[in-house]
Design a protein around this ligand. Structure first.
Ligand SMILES: [Zn+2]
Length: 487
């Protein structure tokens, strides 16, 4: 059997959707190192109505209070506006069709928007809709899996990009971030969905965008070949130039990607002044974009969705675990380990008892005799908590380790000093969260919504663009909880 057809059987038709899969909202991180609820469930419409009713009652009560008390309270969380029942989407004034511009700032950890004055990002927040405690990435919280989840609505096990680099166990073929063969890229990304329905898309960089799939042929001039040396300003200006095309040639969906502040985060960790500088630069680019759209009179018509792919955590504390330290319990040769950090993975040769490997490794890790051992727990992939959705693909190695926040696994003891930043860990860790900020005709102004997983974004965008979406892991009712209804 063709190895790809085996993998292909595991996707869209069999995808568990969020509505049928309440387990996806489990709240504890595996190592109990985080007390933060990782995935507030999207509000169901009835819940929302009750919530709004309670909010209105609260507001009435408040209006009877003294002015001082009102002002004091209005600084609090519960005074945030939410979508009102009588609000509807604002009509387009100049464009004759909706346009969604999806911007990714790589590694923009939730909270970075407060590291420096970010007047442009805050203009979008103040006049748009924000995930109040950040956007939840998918596991593993790595760049390629997450970017592709954002545009397909699928968890990595279903869209196939299960890591930034991995091996197809059947063919031995290696996927890297430069692989554009469609055999790797499962599911249906937004640009393909649009092309399949006769609409246009443009991609100024996005993982998977250069892959020819369905009706998407990566059109010249609208599908930029990845080149990290292109100045960010040029990227913004090219996207703006698409709005100067005749109306029927303006793409309905556009992407725009910046490598920062991920680049700096890896080098210096999340709390260095270099991050502040990078965030200030990104804010300036958002300002450049807003000003270009305003000059064209279309800022209020264009839907801007600004996200990141994951957060960042510092790794400067010698938080290392060495597999060779487990030798007393079980020898793990380097050939068994396709990936060390941040998703320690073991693929022993055929005939090795997988459960025994897991049991012996965990016995050693829990013994108290292995340095930092209690910050790594091994699982058969099918035993990982279902909220991680990280088992339904043969590409995922059979044994997966879950690491404590900021810890790293290496084969043998080293004197090298590790100091920088990393991501890829359990998506329950708050440090892995990123931003969701949306501004446009269908987003309420100054609205805060609970955190949600990035697989919900696909349905939000297809809903704004009135295009039927492909099957995915998002919840079909989610767009109604975040978008103003069309007038
Ligand atoms: Zn990234």
């Amino acid at each position: 059997m063709d190895p790809e057809s085996v993998l292909n059987t595991a996707k869209p038709t069999q995808i568990p959707t969020r509505e049928e899969d309440p387990s996806s909202n489990q709240s504890t991180s595996l190592l109990s190192l985080s007390t933060e609820d990782p995935s507030s469930p999207p509000q169901k419409p009835t819940t929302t109505i009750i919530f709004i009713a309670l909010l209105l009652v609260t507001c009435v009560a408040l209006s009877a209070a003294s002015a001082f008390a009102f002002l004091f309270f209005s600084a609090g969380k519960s005074a945030h506006p939410s979508i009102k029942e009588d609000q509807t989407a604002r009509p387009l004034t100049k464009l004759d069709h909706p346009v969604v511009l999806l911007i990714s700032s790589d590694g923009f950890r939730f909270g970075y928007q407060h590291k420096a004055p970010t007047p442009n990002i805050h203009r979008l927040i103040a006049n748009g809709t924000e995930a109040e405690t950040g956007l939840i990435p998918v596991f593993p919280t790595l760049t390629f899996p997450n970017h592709y989840s954002i545009v397909t609505g699928l968890y990595p096990a279903y869209h196939g990009i299960i890591n930034n680099k991995f091996v197809d166990p059947r063919t031995g073929a290696v996927f890297s971030m430069a692989s554009h063969d469609p055999k790797w890229w499962l599911g249906e990304p937004l640009w393909e969905t649009l092309a399949n329905h006769g609409l246009k898309a443009s991609t100024y960089f996005w993982p998977g965008s250069e892959v020819i799939k369905g009706s998407w042929d990566c059109p010249k001039g609208f599908c930029m070949p990845y080149n990290e040396s292109v100045p960010f300003e040029d990227r913004v200006d090219t996207v703006l130039s698409y709005f100067d095309l005749p109306s029927n040639e303006i793409p309905e969906f556009m992407t725009l990607y910046f490598e920062d502040p991920d680049h700096q985060g890896h080098l210096v960790g999340p709390d260095d002044p270099q991050i502040t500088e990078a965030v200030t630069h990104i804010d300036g680019l958002i300002g450049r974009l807003i000003s270009g759209l305003e000059k064209r009179g279309i800022f209020e018509d264009v839907t801007i969705i600004m996200v990141g792919d994951h957060g960042m955590v510092g790794t400067c504390d010698k938080k290392l675990i060495f597999l060779d330290d487990l030798a007393k319990w079980i020898k793990i040769p380097a050939e068994w380990v396709p990936y060390y950090t941040p998703v320690p993975s073991i693929r022993p040769p055929a005939g090795v008892n997988l459960s025994e490997v897991v049991a012996k490794m965990n016995e050693g890790l829990q013994s108290g005799k292995v340095k930092n051992g209690k910050n790594l727990k091994m699982y058969l992939k099918e035993d990982l908590p279902s909220r991680l959705h990280y088992s339904g693909s043969e590409r995922i190695p059979p044994i997966i380790g879950m690491l404590g926040e900021g810890f790293k696994v290496e084969q043998k003891s080293t004197t090298a000093q590790e100091c920088g930043g990393a991501h890829g860990y359990d998506n329950a860790f708050f440090s892995m969260r990123t931003i969701f900020i949306a501004h446009g005709p269908q987003f309420g102004r100054g609205v805060k919504v609970p955190s949600f997983e990035n697989v919900q974004i696909y349905n939000v965008i297809t809903s704004i663009l009135n295009v039927p979406g492909a099957p995915n892991n998002g919840t079909s009712s989610f767009p109604r909880s975040i978008l103003l209804p069309k007038a």
